[in-house]
Write a protein that binds this ligand. Sequence first.
Ligand code: HEM
Length: 409
Amino acid sequence: MALFGDATVADPYRVFGELRERDPVHWSDEVDAWVLTRFADVRAVLHDQRFSSRVLDATPHASAAGPSGPAAGTRTSRVLAGAYTFVNNSLVFSDPPQHTRLRRLVGQAFVPAAVDALAPAVEHHTRRLLDAAGPRFDVVADLAEPLPIAVLGELLGVPLLDGDAHRLKTACDDFLLPWGRDVSSLSEDENDRAVAASGALGAFVETVLTQRGDAAPDDVVGRLLAGETDEQLTHEELFATIVLLLIAGHENLTSMLGNGVLWLLDLPELRARLRDEPDRWAAVTDELLRLITPNQFIRRVAREDVTLGGRSIRAGDATVLVLAAANRDPQHFPDPDQFVLDRTERRDVALGQGPHYCLGAPLARLETRIALRELLERHPSLTIAGPPSYAANLNLRLLTALPVSSSPE
Ligand code: HEM
C-alpha cells in the first residue's frame, strides 16, 4: 500500500501508526528515504548533529538545468534566484555554524516580552473575525485562515487584511513550486507563477523593511532589524527570515485551529470543565498539539553512516521523521489516541526538538489558546453543521472546510 497516498490523507495517524508497529525504521522507494515513526528514533535524530537540515540542495548545479547550473538571465535562473536566496539564508535549512549564528540573531527577536505583547492583538482579531462570522460559519474560512495572517501582520508591523491571506498564501505556494522538482519540467505557467511569487515576496519584504525605517521599536521585527549585538543579519538573511516567518507561521496554525475545534466539539465534558477551569487552556493546547501534530513530518539527511533501530543509514540517505506517528507512540504516551488533559509526559515533537525547535512556539501556543478559548466562550453550544473536508496535503493536516453553527443553550 502506498504510504504517501489517499489513505494517508484520510487517516495519517492510522497508516503511520501501522508502519510504526510493522517496520519503525522503514526504507521507502516511494519517497527514496528512510521513514521513521517511533518516538525514541525521531527524538534521537532531532538531537543528532550527524543529521543535516540541508534537505534542499540549493547549490547552482542542483537543478536539471545542466551540470554547470542555469545561465544567468535565463528563465530558469530567474525562477531559482529567489528560492536559492531563501534556502541558502534560511534558519530551517541550515546547519551549524550558520544555523547557530542565525538562530542567535533571529532568536533575539522572539523574546517572551515581544510575543506576549501580541496577546491583545490576537484577541482583537479573533473577536473581529467572530463578530463578522455570525452564528453559522466556516471555522476554516472565517477564522483559521485569516487569523494567523492578521497576526503575522501585527508581528511584522504591516497591516494584513483578510484578503491578503489568499494573496500571500498563493505567493508562498508558488514560490516553493520549483523545490523537489526538475526545474525544466515546470510548465510555462508554473515558471511565470514562481517568478511572480518571488517578486511579490521580495516587494513584501521591502515594504516591511522600509515601513519600519531606522527607528525600530521593541517588537519582533524591530529587534530583527536592530540586532542586539555588533553582528547584524544581512539583507539576504532578513529576506529569508521574513519569508520563513510567513511560511512557517501561517498554514500550520490554520491546521491547528481547524483540527483543534474539531477535537473540542467531540469533547463536551472537557468544554464544560474549561468553563470552570480556564487556567487549563495551556494544557489543552499542548495536548491538542500532540494529537494533531499539524506539521506531520520533517526531513533530515544523514551526514555520515548511522545505525538506527538495527538498520544501516548511509551518509547521504534522506530521512522522513514522522512527527505525527512519534506523538502517538504507545511506548512513550499511554493511551496515545485519547485526549488526556492531565498527562504526566508532555515532551512531544509537534514543534520539533533540539537546535531547530520551533522558534514561533510561544506564538503558536498563544494564538491557539486565545482563539479556541474566545471561540468556545462566544459559542458554548457550537455544533458541526456539515462534513469537514481535508486538503490533499500530506505534510500538513489541513482542513479546507469545517461548517459549524451555534444555537442558544
Ligand atoms: C501550530 C503551529 C506551528 C507548528 C506545528 C510548527 C512546527 C514547527 C516544527 C515541527 C519546526 C521544526 C522544523 C525542523 O526541525 O526542521 C518548526 C520550526 C520553526 N518554526 Fe514553527 N510551527 C508553528 C508555528 C510557528 C510560528 C507561528 C512561527 C513564527 C511566526 C514559526 C516559526 C518557525 C521557525 C522560524 C522555525 C525554524 C527554527 C530553526 O530552524 O531554528 N512556527 N516549527
